[in-house]
Design a binder for this molecule. Structure first.
Ligand code: ATP
Ligand code: MG
Length: 222
């Protein structure tokens, strides 16, 4: 029964990418999705003339395994609520529908196969996420399928990140990493969860429907 329910909730046709030339993927736990994610995705879309940016909520990430994560159905719904007003944004449940954790490389391969061969795929991450890059599996597959866009976040200076990447990545991979500065937004999901738990306002840190949903569902209230 539970299985059936899950399939019903998460069954979602993935976006039709035929004819779409420049696609961005924005992966994350999105617990909850916030303005930092949205501003970053929009900056990259605009800066690199993307035709589409797909938000891809992740299953249980290995590095967050020990923490309690909001059920995937709720994270998916919040991501939908947050992105619905931007015609360039979409949401894919592909990682949620897979059993276990998905590596970015597998997700990239999945979307590649939905895209025309001459289309370009951009994998968008925050600077903190890219610093975990060495721990990612299948780097060769990842870079074969996409260009990595590293968005700076407060506390991550472009120079420091560039030096770090140079010290850690092969030249052929370095060529496939672009950095972009986004307006400084010190917003994080962790901070939002803490605020809710302490009864502090999260207004304007998340889109209003997401805020309403968090309260209605009693999320993060401890
Ligand atoms: P948590 O605090 O739970 O780790 P988070 O705010 O970092 O959450 P994630 O879902 O982990 O959000 O992040 C998804 C992606 O968005 C990552 O690539 C991350 O680097 C990026 N990101 C998160 N917050 C921001 C922000 N304020 N500005 C730019 N990028 C961000
Ligand atoms: Mg994070």
């Amino acid at each position: 029964m539970r299985m059936q329910e899950e399939q019903l909730i998460l069954h979602q046709e993935d976006v039709d990418l035929a004819g779409v030339k420049r696609v961005g993927l924005m992966g994350g736990t999105f617990d909850p999705v916030h303005q930092g994610h949205l501003v970053t995705a929009e900056a990259v879309r605009n800066g690199f003339q993307l035709d589409k940016v797909l938000f891809v909520p992740s299953g249980q990430p290995p590095h967050k395994r020990e923490k309690l994560i909001t059920p995937k159905e709720k994270r998916l719904l919040m991501t939908e609520l947050a992105t619905v007003t931007n015609p360039y944004f979409g949401v894919s449940a592909v990682e949620l529908n897979r059993a276990g954790f998905s590596y970015s490389a597998d997700t990239v391969s999945y979307f590649r196969q939905l895209m025309d061969v001459d289309s370009e795929l951009f994998f968008i991450t925050g600077a903190d996420a890219i610093l975990e890059i060495l721990t990612w599996k299948k780097l060769d597959d990842l870079f074969a399928g996409c260009t990595l866009v590293a968005a700076t976040r407060p506390g991550f200076q472009p120079k420091v990140m560039a030096d770090w990447l140079e010290g850690h990545l092969k030249q052929e991979f370095l060529e496939k990493v672009i950095t972009i500065e986004v307006p400084a937004m010190a917003i994080s999901s962790t901070d939002i969860r803490d605020r809710v738990a302490m009864g502090r306002s999260i207004k304007y840190l998340v889109p209003e429907p997401v805020e309403q949903y968090i309260y209605k569902q009693g999320l993060y209230a401890e």
